[in-house]
Structure formats: structure tokens, C-alpha cells
Design a protein around this ligand. Structure first.
Ligand SMILES: Nc1nc2c(ncn2[C@@H]2O[C@H](COP(=O)(O)OP(=O)(O)OP(=O)(O)O)[C@@H](O)[C@H]2O)c(=O)[nH]1
Ligand SMILES: [Mg+2]
Length: 378
């Protein structure tokens, strides 16, 4: 596939710190690379408030469109969440030039589409897409009916849009029904695992932190690992056997009938990101149920990431949105092999409440300590 040529624009407020602006743009770049786009120009616009009509200020927008034409750009990507009428207005200005306009959700959805390989993930993405597009189509209908000139007249465009809206509503219901079947199967599985006495441990973390790598390092499950954002979109569950730390435990775990110790189910799932749109969280709710119901959460963190602390907070925010507030957590600082010196003492102090463990999935370091910590917490 040819790489589509893209322009990136980020509209930031005048209060945004330069560091934060840099980080936002870097992340937008890596999302774009993950999608497969070729970045031609990057633009940051500072505004006190977004433009009502087109989000980007009108002068800047003209400039962007001129560059887009000159540079044969196919997609203008705006790193913000636009209102349906804002996207609609910009699209109207560029559609004849063959240029598409995406906002942040569009871009993330396109990456999801590219990476989804299970039926459930595909359904969830379709649902998120419908929910994202629905209001735009509704808005389009409104604009067209106004253009058609007042009460009583219905343009043919409007009728088409009515049909599209109905079609989407029908599709949304059908997809929801299918997704709920998967959700039911999941909850049956969960109930069975509960009954068998399995404890469940859920791996969460910012996208690309090394969650799938950790699942593989601990269980040899063979989950897909890649230096891409949102490489994982489904939930993978693997069994992990933990030897007992307690010298007095001899009876063994009922699920294993062994000689003391614990059999747990470890699950890996979709990664989080800054400003993860709520529609996406909702659509992936059933995949994320494993996390919601887990006995213990392993929050994987890339210790070599310069934005580590920000990302930790953003993951915590998503967990709060999922109402995961009381579950025990262990912070797993991964990729220690990337740093010459890991500031362990400072990190341990700062995140003391989350029992920090330092690992390298790549070099298989620190995993025994982590297993001990998991067993202790359970
Ligand atoms: N240097 C180093 N790289 C690592 C380590 N663990 C994982 N990686 C790399 O980090 C990248 C992301 O790893 P994944 O396991 O796919 O990360 P993830 O959190 O599952 O990512 P998503 O599923 O995309 O959210 C890959 O290129 C891994 O090879 C580590 O301990 N050290
Ligand atoms: Mg993954």
C-alpha cells in the first residue's frame, strides 16, 4: 500500500507548556506512523478557544489547505476532538480537492481497524465508528435541510441522509446484540474460573509499555508484540503458576491440587492513551471487563519513557473511568535494560503504595521478584 501523505495539526491552548506540546506532537507522529501515513508537514496552532465553525482558526485553515494542495496531501489530521459540524465544515472546503479530514478519534479508529484480528474486536470498532459518525451524519442532514430552503422542502440529499441514519441505527442494534453475546460468554467463563478458585490478574498500561511482552515473559503465551501503538486489541488469557512464598502452605491450591502455591489467570488487553475517547472505552467495555473484575492489576510502565509520570496518571484516569478504584495494584517498571541507571530509590519512594517492581521483559530480569510480589498480594 502506498503511504498516504498527511499534514498534522495540533490546536493547543495558550496555557499548554512547551514540553506538553512537544509530547502531544510526538505522540501524534507515532500514531500516524503506526497507521502508515507519511508526514509532510506538522503544524501547531495556539488558540485561546477553538474556532466555533472550523476548530482551527480560518486564516490558519486556509494556509493548511494551500499547503495540502501544493504537497499533494491526502489526509489532514487534527489532533483534537472536533464537533461534527466542525469536521463537516472543513470537509466541505477540501472534499473537491480529494483531501480527507480526520480528527484524533478517526485516526485511532483507523489504527484499530488495521490491527483488529478477532471478530469481537472488529465488532467493537464498528460500534465505536458508528457512534462517532452518527452525530456527523445527523449534522449533515441538518445542514442540507437548511440549504434546501426552509420548511416543507426536502432535498434528495436529506432523504439519503435519513436513510443512512436509519441504516446505522439498525446496524448499531445488531452489533450491540452480537457484542453482548461475547460479553455473556466472558461472564460465564469468569464465573467458572471463580468457582474453580482461580485468581485473576490483569495487565494494564499505556500503549507500547510492554504488556504483551510481560504476558509472554511470564507465561510463554506468544501474544503479538510490536513497536506499534495499539498492537493488542483483544484480551488474551494465560495460566501462570506461582510457587508459594509461605513455608507453612502445604495443602496446595484446589485448582492445581499441587504442593502449595497458586494458579492464577493472567490477561493482557488493549493499551491506554492520553485522551482516550470515551466512546472507545465504552465500545471496548466488554474486552476490558477482565480488568474490571480482576483480583489484582499489574500496571506496566516503560521506565525509559521520558513522559513516564504523565502516562502513569493517564492510565490511572482511564482505570477510574472504568470504575476500577479498589483493586490492588502493582506497578511494574519495565524496560530497565534501556537505562544505564534506573532511579529505583526515587521511584520506590514516589510509588510506594503500588509496590514497585523493576523488570526487563526483553532480558527476562526481575520476573521472579514480580511473581513473588503477585503471590504476596493475592
Ligand atoms: N528494551 C526493551 N524493550 C521492550 C521490553 N519489553 C517490551 N519491549 C518492546 O516494546 C515494544 C512494545 O511491546 P508490547 O509488548 O507490544 O507492548 P504493549 O504494551 O503490549 O503494546 P500495545 O499492545 O500496542 O498497547 C516492543 O517493541 C517490545 O519489543 C523490555 O524489557 N526492554
Ligand atoms: Mg500488546
Amino acid at each position: 500500500m502506498d503511504q498516504p501523505r498527511v499534514i498534522l495539526i495540533d490546536v493547543i491552548s495558550s496555557q499548554t507548556k512547551p514540553e506538553e506540546a512537544k509530547r502531544r506532537l510526538l505522540e501524534l507522529e507515532s500514531l500516524t506512523h503506526t497507521y502508515g501515513g507519511m508526514i509532510v508537514v506538522k503544524i501547531i496552532q495556539k488558540r485561546v478557544t477553538p474556532d466555533y465553525k472550523t476548530y482551527i482558526g480560518p486564516g490558519k485553515l486556509e494556509e493548511v489547505i494551500a499547503i495540502a494542495e501544493q504537497e499533494q496531501v491526502e489526509i489532514i489530521i487534527i489532533n483534537n476532538l472536533l464537533k461534527p459540524h466542525q469536521i463537516f465544515n472543513i470537509e466541505r472546503m477540501v472534499e473537491r480537492k480529494g483531501i480527507k479530514v480526520w480528527d484524533r478519534i478517526d485516526l485511532i479508529l483507523k489504527i484499530f481497524q488495521k490491527h483488529a484480528d478477532t471478530t469481537e474486536a472488529k465488532l467493537q470498532i464498528r460500534l465505536a465508528g458508528i457512534r462517532h459518525m452518527g452525530p456527523r451524519i445527523y449534522r449533515m442532514g441538518l445542514e442540507l435541510s437548511q440549504q434546501a430552503g426552509g420548511i416543507g422542502t426536502r432535498g434528495s440529499g436529506e432523504t439519503n441522509i435519513e436513510q443512512m441514519k436509519r441504516h446505522l441505527a439498525v446496524e448499531e442494534r445488531a452489533i450491540k446484540k452480537q457484542i453482548s453475546k461475547y460479553a455473556n460468554t466472558r461472564s460465564l467463563h469468569r464465573a467458572r474460573r471463580d468457582k474453580m478458585g482461580f485468581k485473576t490478574v490483569s495487565i494494564v498500561g499505556y500503549t507500547n509499555a510492554g504488556k504483551s511482552s510481560l504476558l509472554n515473559a511470564l507465561t510463554k503465551k506468544g501474544a503479538y508484540v510490536a513497536d506499534e501503538l495499539f498492537a493488542t486489541l483483544d484480551t488474551r488469557v494465560a495460566k501462570l503458576w506461582l510457587p508459594s512464598n509461605d513455608p507453612l502452605v502445604k495443602g496446595g491450591h484446589p485448582a492445581k491440587g499441587g504442593i502449595g502455591g497458586l494458579s492464577v489467570l493472567l490477561s493482557d488487553t488493549i493499551g491506554f492513551i492520553q485522551d482516550l475517547p470515551p466512546q472507545l472505552i465504552q465500545a471496548f467495555r466488554s474486552t476490558l471487563e477482565e480488568t474490571v473484575h480482576a483480583d489484582l492489576i499489574l500496571h506496566v510502565i516503560d521506565v525509559s519513557d521520558q513522559y513516564m509520570d504523565e502516562k502513569i496518571n493517564e492510565v490511572e484516569e482511564v482505570l477510574a473511568e472504568l470504575e476500577v478504584t479498589d483493586t490492588k495494584k502493582i506497578y511494574v517498571f519495565n524496560k530497565i535494560d534501556n537505562l544505564k541507571r534506573v532511579p529505583r530509590t526515587a521511584i520506590k519512594k514516589k510509588y510506594k503504595a503500588f509496590k514497585p517492581v523493576f523488570v526487563s521483559c526483553k532480558k527476562s530480569e526481575g520476573l521472579e521478584e514480580l511473581k513473588k510480589q503477585i503471590a504476596d498480594s493475592l
